[in-house]
Ligand binder design. Structure first.
Ligand code: ATP
Ligand code: MG
Length: 567
């Protein structure tokens, strides 16, 4: 079995659409939509929905709308509207001319409401929100009719018009559908369609003071846009009956089919906008685009690529059952993509000085290094080598344990693309103190990293030339949460599961000089350390800041191997 080339697996939604096309339902049209509420930034869960909706439209020669579900004025902002558009484009999808706002339909929604009232299918109810809740009943008990249920059409029309005109305070009245207070599905017990909110809306200003509820606005928006397949997450399964009821009563020309799928849940990650907003507002992260956030803005900044996210979404598939996806799969998709595109460079995060005693004092050699062994087309570059180098502190041990094959006193190792070196002396700041320098010798007969006599070494280390190195800040990120299911907290607060070590800052890593050309957003593989990218926010001209995108450790492959061995 190979994990590198996912076959576009079919799923139940593809099958529904294929069937619809066969029977010429919707005259062969496929129109989907992605309908975010602009009350936060998009996250990886939304990416699943975006890939699904835009992907199906592409696949079946249809179109996909971007629609802002901006029906609640109190929590929505322009900042979110802009970030959502940028994120969808970044993921690689385009809505062309089909950008819509539910708020553009407010007048149409209102006319539909009037139509329902005239047909005796909706009424103005003056119970308090608390009373409405009490009258609703429970799953096991039927509800009770509101005392306002039998208001005349004329009275309802008058009250609705005055609600719209702003005559009443919030909570005084609502418009409700007149369905069945004993219906087994609670959504059908005279659901509220409109409520009074005296708050300015980010697009309609103070033109409206009554706002439609999700269940009323969503099906009508879909219908007005000629959506054929209205795809949403499973929590709306129970709302489908109301979706259909509203469209049936109004006898609209277009009645889309609502189809529910299981939302994405990821280990070590929270995907609720409410919780993400808390992390931002309480300062647990630096903002919506903090590289540890599961938002598309955060992941982009961290160095995730659109191709890796699309590939991930294809691989996890679309089903009807709630499940929890391993974060390792996402990182596997990321490594797979970066492996192909990221140039290799050498960078030393925690430098240890190495002096090559037998290397000529002022000599500098330019050694050829391969940019990407996966892609010969990416060519080679020259890396300067000189008498004083830095290697990684972790790559030396004065008293190495059995399995430590890297540098140690008296031992020989290879410096990548350079020479074999042997450690001859350990220099400390005081006897028994910290190691400040290693004295080594090199073998001139091993240029390029290979011995002419073929003698082996057990380790190859990365290095940089001290005088040529660039100093830069490097940020090492780890999982934001320490628990696979962060929402499961003993004290009930998901924030107590935050990983206290999710960010480590290295102020002066030493990088090979070719990185002088690094631009914000560029990706690299620091050999043996991981994939890194240049931070787009905090980098300044000549002073790049690097984010570690992901380590090289591929635990997903291991998980899979173990699973296969177990079979
Ligand atoms: P909240 O976090 O408050 O539940 P939301 O994520 O549902 O909000 P919306 O803006 O309504 O926010 O989402 C837009 C679309 O993205 C919806 O169609 C929703 O079903 C889908 N979506 C949201 N979260 C996920 C997820 N984890 N997996 C798949 N689709 C999702
Ligand atoms: Mg939602």
């Amino acid at each position: 079995m190979t994990t590198s080339n996912p076959v576009a697996s079919t799923n139940f939604i593809r099958q529904i659409i294929t069937e619809d096309l066969k029977t010429n339902k919707n005259q062969g049209r496929v129109t989907t939509r992605f309908p975010p509420e602009p009350n936060g930034y998009l996250h990886i869960g939304h990416a699943k929905s975006i890939c699904l909706n835009f992907g199906l439209a592409q696949e079946f020669g249809g179109v996909c709308n971007l629609r802002f579900d901006d029906t609640n004025p109190s929590k929505e902002e322009m900042e979110y509207v802009e970030s959502i558009q940028a994120d969808v484009h970044w993921l690689g999808f385009d809505w062309g001319e089909r950008l819509f706002y539910a708020s553009d339909y407010f007048e149409q929604f209102y006319q539909y409401a009037v139509q329902l009232v005239k047909a005796g299918k909706a009424y103005v109810c003056s119970l308090s929100p608390e009373e409405i809740r009490r009258y609703r009943g429970t799953l096991t008990e039927p509800g009770q009719d509101s005392p306002y249920r039998e208001r005349s059409v004329a009275e309802n029309l008058d009250l609705l018009a005055r609600m719209r005109a702003g005559e009443f305070p919030e909570g005084a009245h609502v418009l409700r559908a007149k369905i069945d207070m004993t219906h087994p599905n609670l959504h059908m017990r005279d659901p509220v369609l409109y409520r009074i909110i005296h708050a300015p809306h980010h697009r309609t200003g103070d033109r409206w003071c009554i706002y439609p509820m999700y269940d009323f606005a969503h099906c009508l928006s879909d219908s007005l846009e000629g959506i054929t397949h209205s795809i949403c997450t499973l929590e709306f399964e129970d709302n489908r009956i109301l979706y259909d009821w509203i469209l049936d009563q109004l006898q609209v020309a277009c009645h889309p089919q609502q189809i529910e799928f299981a939302r994405l849940n990821l280990t070590y990650t929270v995907l609720s906008k409410r919780k993400l907003l808390q992390l931002v507002n309480l300062g647990y992260v630096s903002g919506w685009n903090d590289p540890r956030m599961p938002t598309l803005a955060g992941m982009r900044r961290r160095g995730y690529t659109p191709a890796s996210l699309r590939n991930f979404c294809e691989r996890i598939g679309v089903g009807k059952r709630e499940n929890l996806v391993d974060l390792e799969l996402l990182d596997f998709c990321l490594r797979e993509d970066l492996n192909k595109r990221a140039p290799r460079v050498m960078a030393v995060l925690r430098p240890l000085r190495v002096v090559i005693d037998n290397y000529p004092q002022d000599q500098v050699e330019e050694l050829e290094a391969i940019n990407n062994p996966e892609d010969p087309g990416m060519g080679t570059r020259l890396v300067p080598f000189s008498r004083v180098l830095y290697i990684e502190r972790d790559d030396f041990m004065e008293q190495p344990p059995k399995k430590f094959y890297r540098l140690a006193p008296g031992r020989e190792v290879r410096l990548r693309y350079a020479y074999y070196i042997k450690c001859t002396e350990v220099v400390k700041d005081e006897p028994g103190g910290e190691i400040i320098e290693l004295r080594c010798t090199y073998d001139p007969q091993t240029r390029g990293g290979y011995a002419s006599d073929g003698r082996p070494v057990k380790a190859t280390l990365h290095w940089v030339s001290a005088v040529h190195a660039l100093s830069a800040e490097v940020r090492l990120y780890d999982r934001l949460f320490a628990k696979p299911n962060p929402s499961d907290a003993q004290d009930g607060d998901f924030k107590s599961n935050l990983n206290p070590n999710s960010l480590e800052v290295i102020r002066a890593a030493q990088l090979e000089p070719s990185l002088a050309g690094a631009r914000p957003g560029d990706h690299y593989q620091f050999e043996r350390l991981g994939y890194f990218c240049v931070d787009t926010v905090d980098s300044t001209e000549g002073a790049p800041v690097f984010n570690r995108t992901v380590t090289l450790r591929d635990t997903w492959a291991k998980v899979q191997k173990a699973q296969q061995a177990g079979r």
